[in-house]
Design a protein around this ligand. Structure first.
Ligand code: SF4
Length: 198
């Protein structure tokens, strides 16, 4: 049995931790400061919720540039599009406006068991690519695999490792804030808003 490289879970996890740390080291302080303060910044900004949402996405995309060379993610790999994808009602409305699809009107957050949609595609996955890439939600922009191979991102291996992730607390707070409705921010899976793929 080959217990080196891609087959050795401990080695792969150590490499992934190292790549995650390298990403965090590569982030310029100015970007980290903006991430820390974006919730406060959008709270006082005189702009529409949709415009604030675009600003949140832009900041995440600027940070994601520094992941290059440190992640397994590449065009044509859609492993993370076969998992739960939590989006806010504001994000669902933005996707609906961009695509012409109708988003279900959901007024209370819906939570799902962590693995409910493992192995089941997002309704916007088409030919292994995101059909709404420019408008994809924050959850998709944040998500990245620091492993050297996509092997650990899909079944049957995905549940055998604890993938090292990065939490973007400032962006999460900002998204919750701009998504706020009368009774609080509403979050649900992207499939709750748009249904299962046809
Ligand atoms: S919105 Fe796009 S990137 Fe996100 S899970 Fe769906 S297909 Fe994948």
């Amino acid at each position: 049995m080959n217990m080196g490289g891609d087959d050795n879970i401990a080695v792969c996890c150590e490499q992934a931790q190292g790549r995650r740390a390298a990403f965090l080291r590569a982030l310029p302080k100015a970007l980290l400061d903006r991430e820390d303060s974006i919730a406060a910044s959008v709270a006082t900004e005189n702009a529409s919720a949709r415009s604030k949402l675009r600003r949140i996405y832009k900041l995440m995309d600027e940070m994601a540039v520094h992941r290059e060379g440190k992640v397994a993610c590449k065009q044509g790999c859609a492993a993370c599009c076969r998992m739960n994808v939590t989006v806010s009602a504001l994000e669902a409305e933005a996707i609906a406006a961009a695509t012409g699809r109708v988003a279900a009107r959901i007024t209370e957050s819906v939570s799902h068991p962590e693995d409910e949609y493992l192995g089941r595609p997002c309704p916007f996955l088409a030919a292994h690519e995101c059909s709404i890439y420019v408008d994809r939600p924050l959850a998709c922009r944040k998500h990245a695999s620091y492993f050297t191979s996509e092997k650990w991102c899909s079944l049957p291996h995905v549940n055998t490792v604890q993938a090292p992730l990065v939490r973007f607390g400032g962006l999460d707070d900002a998204l919750a804030l701009v998504s706020m409705r009368k009774n609080g921010a509403v979050f649900a899976d992207i499939r709750d808003f748009f249904g299962m793929p046809e």
